[in-house]
Design a protein around this ligand. Sequence first.
Ligand code: PMP
Length: 356
Amino acid sequence: MKRVIKSVPQLDGLEPYDPKYLPAKALISANESPYDISEDIRAEIAQAIAQVPFNRYPDPLANELRDMIAQANGLSRDQVLLGNGGDELLYDLALAYGCKGRKMINVVPAFSVYALNARLTDTEVVEIPRKADMSIDEEAVLARVAQGDISYVVITSPNNPTGGAASHQFIERLLNATDALVMVDEAYGEFAEQSCLDLLKDHENLLILHTFSKAFSLAGVRLGYYLGSEAVIREFIKFRQPYSVDSVSQAIGKVVYSHRAEFMETARELAAAAKQLAAALKEMPQVEEVYHTDSNFVLFKVPRAGLVWQMLYDQGVLVRDFSRGAGTTDCLRVTAGSPEENQLFLSALENALRAR
Ligand code: PMP
């Protein structure tokens, strides 16, 4: 057999990203919405898709959806960029601002994709660990950017997997302290009902990420967007795949975004449900720690978490096991589901802790 040459060195020993999906009664592991798109909105989507010319390429920049998002946020079209899920835009961040010889700041524990993209582009990762309560070590981040050698900083607000939001005041201080690009990942921002959007007007170095995958119930469709300065968005347009946001996704996005007030209402309910889960977890004596959440999920610490994860799964409940991750020893993350799923989770956890 003819052999193939080795791939690039960055891939040596790398494990492909694995979301660890498994079938379960309660799917509360991936921070998705438990609620699928309603029948009424589905009917509107079907009509919109019926108008899509499948033989033609999509509008590369999804300008109609771009205009809707721009208008809703008080921005110009040139300050918005759509992508094939937030994931594509995160990849483009590493391509457009990272490379060999450049450095990025990752405030850990963090969404694993940031470090993965940095590695793929040979960007050095400077890790700033969170404090024991999982809040950001703000002074450490500010001191590190002051050295002047950072190309981009990722701040996730609210953070995945830990759940808490960053302070607005800190983000403003950070933007003023550096000319590095500061990407604030607000994938869960709709649940926190806070944003650093207002800081865009005075800070060319701010870039904000949003996704349709969480509060907008569209994880299966793949739509995300950046809000930023015109100068930064222009750089991303040079790197992006021109047709990554297909016509069907654009059509779906426009319908869903026109109903955003309804989705925001559900997001509020899910954020409240996450806070209720956190309160119920705090009542359980075997649960050692419940981290503050501003999002639709809760990170908690329980002894022998790997075993507890299995005992939950055996009862039909899938949560995310972070117990082997750096900085999240013995931690599990549970997404707020429907009231039934939340109840099933709490009783399954009580059973598991009692049985041990
Ligand atoms: N940012 C964060 C913090 C996330 O948790 C996720 C999804 N897990 C994303 C971005 C990307 O989401 P998507 O690609 O589905 O838009």
